[in-house]
Every structure is written in C-alpha cells, then in structure tokens.
Design a protein. Structure first.
Length: 207
C-alpha cells in the first residue's frame, strides 16, 4: 500500500467512526415510544376524525366507519374513537377512561353540521388539555365555520384550527402546533425527572 492509499484508508475509517458515533445529522432520529405524542379524537359520527388521523399520518383518505376505539401507532400515536362515544351518554365513562392514555384531546366539529354534540364546558370532564378542530372547511361558507368555532369555544377548548382533510388546508399549521406541543411535553418530562433525581439525592444524604 502506498502512503497516499494508506492516508485515504485512514481518512475513510475516521469518517465512518464519526458517523457511527454521531450519526448523519441530516437524518431525523426515529422517536422512541415514550417520546411520541398521544392524541385522542372525539366528535360526532362523520365529523372527520378518522380522515384527520389519516392526514396526520400522511396517508391517502379511505373511508372506514370506526366501530370501536382504534389505537394507531405511528410517528404520532392516535386514539380514534367512534362518533357513538360522544353521541351516546352510556359511552361517556369509557371516553373519560380512554382519555387517561392521551396527552392531548382533539374535539372535532364539522363546519357542515348545524348543531353540536359538545355541551358547554365539555372539556372539564377530561383531565387533559383539549383543542378544537373544525373540519370540512372546503365545503362550508365562512359563517358556518365561525359557528363551528364558537361551539368549540363554548365546549372549552384552549385553541382551535380550521382544516380540510380533502384539500389539506390548515393541516400544516395543525402539524406544527402538535410538534411544538410534543417538544414542550418532553421538556417538562425531562425537568420533572431531573427534579426527582435531585430530591432522591437529597433524601439519601439526609439518611
Ligand atoms: N369535504 C370534506 N369531507 C370530509 C372531510 N373530512 C372528512 N370528510 C368525509 O366525511 C366522511 C366521514 O369522515 P370520517 O373521517 O370517516 O368521519 P369520522 O368522524 O371518523 O366518523 P365515525 O368513524 O363514524 O365516528 C367521509 O366520507 C370523509 O371523506 C373534509 O375535511 N372535507
Ligand atoms: Mg371514524
């Protein structure tokens, strides 16, 4: 091996070692299960919950009536509920229990619906933050979209988004909000675990 060849080989080895240690910075690290955001979707039959799940998962829209609670594991974990869970009072208990497994609850209201099934202050039944989503804005006039937003506001959501699952209008804005929410959640979890370690160290010293 010539000196130049040996130099090149050493350079290549160094490069692959650097990659092994730090990884390719342009590639996004796959999320661990505990790092993924868990969303739960609640809304009337045909409000557009499953379609929204498909959009957030970057899937094609395919109609499938949701018959039972569905857990969809992907980059974001999603709990899709059937409209019946909101429309029938007997399911309110299971809805509350299911919400314990979510980080954020999305109340879904179609802008084409003249009425709402969300009673005022509906969000108080969940011990988790709730946001509102107005769907079907591609088909509704502005007045109807505003009414749908009002319904969600009365239900007690923190903020709301207008989307179309068909044209994807509003989906990137919602996605950015969810990413920021996930980041905040991870920071809070990191701080909480640091505090716990600190407290444990203190109590060990006292002993
Ligand atoms: N135009 C339009 N149609 C939509 C939109 N979102 C959903 N749909 C349509 O509305 C219908 C019902 O959508 P789904 O997503 O299945 O509704 P869902 O809330 O999951 O209904 P359940 O599973 O019965 O509770 C389907 O035919 C969708 O294609 C939207 O933003 N715009
Ligand atoms: Mg569905």
């Amino acid at each position: 091996m010539t000196g130049a060849e040996a130099g090149k080989q050493a350079e290549n080895q160094e490069e692959s070692m650097r990659e092994a240690v730090s990884g390719d910075p342009s590639e996004k690290k796959p999320k661990q299960d505990g790092e993924k955001l868990r969303l739960m979707f609640v809304g009337k039959i045909a409000a557009g919950k499953t379609s929204l799940c498909q959009r957030l998962n970057h899937e094609e829209l395919t109609y499938r009536k949701t018959q039972t609670v569905q857990v969809l594991a992907n980059d974001i974990n999603m709990i899709d509920t059937p409209g019946e869970y909101l429309e029938r009072r007997m399911f309110r208990g299971p809805l509350m229990v299911t919400a314990m497994n979510a980080d954020l609850i999305l109340l879904v209201q179609s802008a084409l619906d003249e009425q709402t099934m969300f009673p005022p202050q509906f969000t108080t039944m969940f011990p988790k933050p709730c946001i509102g989503i107005v769907t079907k804005i591609d088909k509704a006039e502005n007045r109807k979209i505003e009414i749908a937003e009002k319904y969600l506001e009365y239900a007690g959501v923190e903020t709301s988004f207008r989307v179309s699952n068909v044209t994807e209008e509003g989906i990137p804005e919602l996605y950015r909000y969810l990413e920021a929410f996930e980041e905040k959640l991870q920071t809070a979890a990191g701080e909480a675990s640091e505090k716990k370690v600190g407290n444990e160290a203190e109590s060990t010293q006292e002993i």
